[in-house]
Design a protein. Structure first.
Length: 160
């Protein structure tokens, strides 16, 4: 199974770069996961043309927050995946988020705009970075779920 992962798009409307991501990089993904700060309901509606799981972020407009939970757990095959945007400063973010879940194998998060793909004490942390690239290079992620788990961070050549 191939999962396309985005976070921190910070878009008020659908951009050509976002359209290109769906048509190219995420074309063969079984599922999209958005880890918050989509910002606007029209962006969510656009992404819903594909199977998607999403949570709200701290910058999302009210209409979007009404539709999305703060956190969720997704079960895909043998993997339990926690998804939450995050809050506060980047130092300590993963530990704050870890305390929000129990019994998960993977934690997908955003907020820091800093890509991460690593194991820590038996939990796989995955942050695709920021599609908007507001604190560095824009990036998205791919999770490959099979007999094992592999995360891939992909730097984009254009900001969204």
């Amino acid at each position: 199974m191939k999962i396309g992962v985005l976070s921190d798009t910070h878009l008020t409307r659908v951009s050509p770069v976002l359209e290109g991501l769906l048509d190219d990089l995420f074309a063969d993904c079984d599922l999209l996961v958005h880890a918050g700060d989509m910002v606007s309901l029209p962006v969510y509606r656009f992404l819903q043309q594909r199977p998607i799981e999403a949570v709200q972020g701290n910058m999302d407009e009210w209409a979007l927050r009404k539709e999305l939970p703060e956190k969720k757990i997704i079960t895909l095959g043998p993997f339990k995946i926690g998804v939450m945007h995050g809050w506060g400063s980047p130092p300590g973010l993963e530990e704050r988020l870890r305390r929000e879940f129990s019994g998960i194998d993977i934690l997908i998060y955003g907020h820091s705009h800093l890509p991460a793909s690593h194991w820590s004490d038996g939990l796989f942390f995955f942050n695709p970075g920021s599609v908007s690239g507001s604190r560095g290079k824009p990036s998205v992620g791919l999770l490959h779920l099979g007999q094992d788990l592999r995360g891939e961070i992909i730097e984009l050549t254009k900001k969204i």
